[in-house]
Design a protein around this ligand. Structure first.
Ligand code: C2E
Ligand code: MG
Ligand code: MG
Ligand code: MG
Length: 290
C-alpha cells in the first residue's frame, strides 16, 4: 500500500514537472512568435513633478497581448526572454517602438520631456548595443535627450565596472540619459553611483509603500534623496498609490513620482489627455490652498 502511494506521488510529481516544462516551452514558442510579429508593444506611465503636477517624463513598459491568453505581464515574459536568448530582439523592438512614439509626439507638439526604456544587462553588454541605440535615434531623427535608459543594480553583479563605464560613456555621448532603477532593492554598492554617469535614481517601491505611516521608510527615503541629490541625481519615487504616500514623498523632496495614484501604464493614444487631466487637477488643488 505504502509502495502504491509512493508510486502515485512520484507519478503526480513527474506529471506536474512535465506540465511545467511543456508550458515553458509553449511560452517560449509564443514569445518568439510575438516578437517576430511585433505583438509586444510599450505602454507608457507618466512621471509627475509633485510641485506643480507637470510631466517630467514617461516610462515605456512592455505589454504582450496574446489572442488566447490575454494580457501577459512582463514579470512573466521578461525572465523567459532573458533565459532563452530573446531579450536582445525584444529590447530592440521596444526601443524602436518607443523612439517611433517619441517622433510622433514631437511631430504633434506633445511635450513628453523624455521616454525611459528598460534595458536588461544582457542587452546592454552586447557589443553592438550603443550602435543599436544610435540607429534607433537616427531612424526617427531624434536627439538623445528624448530617451532615458533604465538599468538595475543587477548589472553590477559580477561585471567589470570599467567595461560598464566605457559603454555608459558612449551612451552619454549620444545625449541619452541614464537611470538607476529599483534603487535599494538589490546589491547596493554606493560607490558606483558616484563613479558612473547616472542622471536619475529611481527609488524602489518598497521604500515608498506606506511611507506616510512607516517612520522607518520616511528616514530611509529622506536619506536616499539627500544622498542622490547631493550627487546631482534627479530622484523618482516608484509606485506611490495613495494621496498620503504622494504627499509624503513630495514633502521629503523627490523630484518626481511615478505611480498608480497619478496614472497606471496606458496606451500611447491615451497619454496626452491623461497628462492634461493630472496637471489640471494639480492646478485646482493649488488654487484651493491659496
Ligand atoms: P520597473 O522597470 O521597475 O517598472 C515599474 C513597474 O512598477 C511596472 O510594472 C509598473 O506597472 C509598476 N508600477 C508602477 N506604479 C505602480 C504602483 O503604484 N503600484 C504598483 N504595485 N506597481 C506600480 P510592470 O509593467 O509589470 O513591469 C515589471 C518589470 O518588468 C519592470 O519593472 C521592468 O523591470 C520589467 N520590464 C517591463 N518592460 C520592460 C522592457 O521593455 N524591457 C525590460 N528589459 N524589462 C522590462
Ligand atoms: Mg524601470
Ligand atoms: Mg523600477
Ligand atoms: Mg522593477
Amino acid at each position: 500500500k505504502a509502495k502504491d502511494d509512493g508510486g502515485n506521488c512520484c507519478a503526480v510529481f513527474v506529471e506536474e514537472m512535465y506540465m511545467h516544462v511543456q508550458s515553458q516551452i509553449e511560452l517560449e514558442r509564443n514569445l518568439r512568435e510575438a516578437i517576430i510579429n511585433r505583438r509586444i508593444i510599450p505602454h507608457f506611465q507618466p512621471q509627475i513633478d509633485p510641485s506643480d503636477n507637470s510631466l517630467t517624463g514617461l516610462e515605456a513598459l512592455a505589454r504582450w497581448h496574446d489572442e488566447t491568453k490575454g494580457m501577459i505581464s512582463p514579470s512573466e515574459f521578461i525572465p523567459v526572454a532573458e533565459s532563452k536568448g530573446l531579450i536582445v530582439e525584444l529590447g530592440s523592438l521596444i526601443l524602436d517602438q518607443t523612439c517611433r512614439q517619441a517622433r510622433d509626439w514631437v511631430n504633434v507638439g506633445f511635450d513628453f520631456k523624455h521616454l525611459s526604456v528598460n534595458v536588461s544587462p544582457i542587452q546592454l553588454l552586447q557589443p553592438d548595443f550603443v550602435n543599436v541605440v544610435r540607429c534607433a535615434l537616427e531612424r526617427y531623427q531624434l536627439s538623445g535627450q528624448h530617451i532615458c535608459l533604465e538599468v538595475t543594480e543587477s548589472l553590477f553583479v559580477e561585471q567589470d565596472e570599467g567595461r560598464i563605464r566605457a559603454i555608459f560613456g558612449k551612451l552619454k555621448a549620444l545625449g541619452v540619459s541614464l537611470s538607476l532603477d529599483d534603487f535599494g532593492s538589490g546589491y547596493s554598492s554606493l560607490g558606483y553611483l558616484n563613479r558612473l554617469p547616472f542622471d536619475q535614481l529611481k527609488v524602489d517601491r518598497s521604500f515608498v509603500m506606506n511611507v506616510d505611516k512607516d517612520v522607518h521608510n520616511q528616514k530611509l527615503l529622506a536619506g536616499i534623496v539627500t544622498l542622490g541629490q547631493g550627487l546631482g541625481l534627479s530622484i523618482v519615487a516608484e509606485g506611490a498609490e495613495t494621496r498620503e504616500e504622494v504627499e509624503c514623498v513630495a514633502k521629503i523632496g523627490c523630484n518626481s513620482i511615478q505611480g498608480y495614484f497619478h496614472a497606471k501604464p496606458m496606451v500611447a493614444a491615451d497619454i496626452p489627455q491623461a497628462v492634461e487631466a493630472i496637471f489640471a487637477l494639480g492646478q485646482k488643488i493649488t488654487k484651493k490652498r491659496a
